[in-house]
Design a binder for this molecule. Structure first.
Ligand SMILES: O=C(O)C1=C[C@@H](OP(=O)(O)O)[C@@H](O)[C@H](O)C1
Ligand SMILES: C=C(OP(=O)(O)O)C(=O)O
Length: 439
């Protein structure tokens, strides 16, 4: 496997107008729902990152015709019962969203299927979807610890359940709603905290009836979807790197265009603003059922804060780069209620703590959180452990380091942010890429 390391230096202040790629969560859902809809869907703004391409290839392997036409992805939907058995296990690479949502969508099919992925994905917890899917009647099994490969037996008759989710996870909720499309009766999911609601929005846009009352979501089984035009906004999780770059660079003046600002995703802006960052939403409008805006960030002084635990699911993927903001703030930032960070592509609490310490930052790690006290950052060599968001977070830290930051194992940045190295140039960073071969 080829290995990519980066040598990153801060050379200028972030300035001008930048664009970041399409939203990863919405791109996955667009392909999945378009594939099982009736008729053709034209998806614009689709993220051509490895995670979403893994989802796309999985549906191609199940007989769905998906083609790029200009800057659109054209999906010829096969209808709810039109998927074909794949010849081989579906390899979902590094993508937790693909595996958990597909587990739900495939639990009610007539054929057997196996879902697998890379070393990181095969370490991640899947019992959280196996258990409720079994309650619905699915024949699904992982290894003895409930990890992938997941084997799903075809021909199960699913029945809707009422499920109180033990963790605030949009992937679990979405998995159950997708299984619910194939179940008899009603599927009702209660979320313990606010989770991203893209699945509901897109199901509604494609003609399904899904209702929400507070934190309870309901969907009747047996509904069909109708394909159409689907627009994907720019990903706020990718924009987060530019937001923090701007917020930690005193002379920064940066606009990030057409970013999704769905209120279930904007925790990063709320947290940065509480730390004193100057972030404005301009030109707010709707894009394919999702709110978007141009985000304007200016540099200034940040202060450490206690992060409200209710904001954790609203900023779940942005913590690696928020920890960099905390390392550049005056005083201590405290995060608790974030044990989920330990079961992402890497253990993001441990891996970020190790890298920040190598850069001279005072960090205390807790089982479900971290304390970070801001101070001067030194150049250092850090290991991303193959985690895309960790790699990009340390690249942003180079803006404030007194020397280069060498980041090991950055190939997976292509899962969510292809072209990051180019956008990084607009953020005032020079990224030298070294490639080689790893064991
Ligand atoms: O539903 C989604 O698209 C996602 C939900 C979150 O995971 P959890 O559901 O595990 O919190 C997030 O971390 C992931 O990157 C994408
Ligand atoms: C956790 C992430 O993605 P996934 O769960 O889809 O692997 C992420 O993108 O930060």
């Amino acid at each position: 496997m080829s290995r990519v390391d980066w040598d990153v230096r801060g050379v200028a202040s972030p300035a001008g107008v930048v664009r970041v790629p399409g939203d990863k969560s919405i791109s996955h859902r667009a392909v999945m729902l378009a594939a099982i809809a009736e008729g053709r869907s034209d998806i614009s703004g689709f993220l051509e990152g490895e995670d979403c391409l893994a989802t796309m290839r999985a549906f191609q392997a199940m007989g769905v015709s998906i083609a790029r036409r200009g800057d659109q992805l054209v999906v010829d939907g096969v209808g709810r019962d039109g998927l074909q058995p794949p010849a081989e296990p579906l390899d979902l690479g590094n993508s937790g969203t693909s595996m958990r949502l597909l587990a739900g969508l495939l639990a009610g099919q007539a054929f057997d299927v196996t879902l697998t992925g890379d070393d990181s994905l095969r370490r991640r917890p899947m019992k959280r979807v196996i258990d409720p899917l079994r309650l619905m009647g699915a024949a699904i099994a992982g290894d003895d610890q409930g990890r992938a490969p997941l084997r799903i037996g075809g021909g199960a008759r699913l029945a809707g359940i009422h499920y109180d989710m033990p963790v605030a996870s949009a992937q679990v909720a979405s998995c159950l709603l997708l299984a619910g499309l194939y179940a008899s009766g009603e599927t009702v999911v209660t979320e313990p905290g606010v989770c991203r609601d893209h699945t509901e929005r897109m199901l509604q846009a494609l003609g399904a009836a899904v209702t929400r009352t507070g934190n309870v979501v309901r969907l009747a089984g047996g509904q069909s979807l109708q394909g159409g035009a689907i627009e994907v906004p720019a990903d706020i999780s990718s924009a987060a790197f530019a937001l923090v770059a701007g917020a930690i660079s005193p002379d920064a003046d940066l606009v990030i265009e057409a970013v999704g600002i769905n209120p279930t995703r904007t925790g990063v802006m709320q947290i940065l603003r509480s730390m004193g960052a100057a972030i404005e939403c301009r030109n707010e409008r709707m894009c394919g059922g999702e709110p978007v805006a141009d985000l304007h960030v200016r540099g200034g002084a940040l202060s450490g804060i206690d992060i409200d635990p209710e904001l954790v699911p609203l900023a779940i993927d942005e913590f690696p780069v928020l920890f960099v903001a905390a390392a550049c703030a005056a005083g201590t930032t405290r995060l608790r209620g974030a044990a989920e960070l330990r079961v992402k592509e890497s253990d993001r609490l441990a891996v970020m703590a190790a890298g920040l310490r190598a850069m001279g930052v005072a960090v205390t790690e807790f089982e479900d959180g971290i304390d970070i006290t801001g101070g001067p950052l030194t150049g250092a060599r850090v290991d991303s452990h193959g985690d895309h968001r960790v790699a990009m977070a340390f690249a942003i830290a180079a803006l404030r380091a007194d020397g280069p930051v060498v980041i090991d194992d950055c190939a997976n940045v292509a899962t969510s942010f292809p072209g990051f190295e180019t956008v990084a140039g607009q953020l005032g960073l020079e990224v030298a890429v070294r490639t080689g071969t790893s064991a």
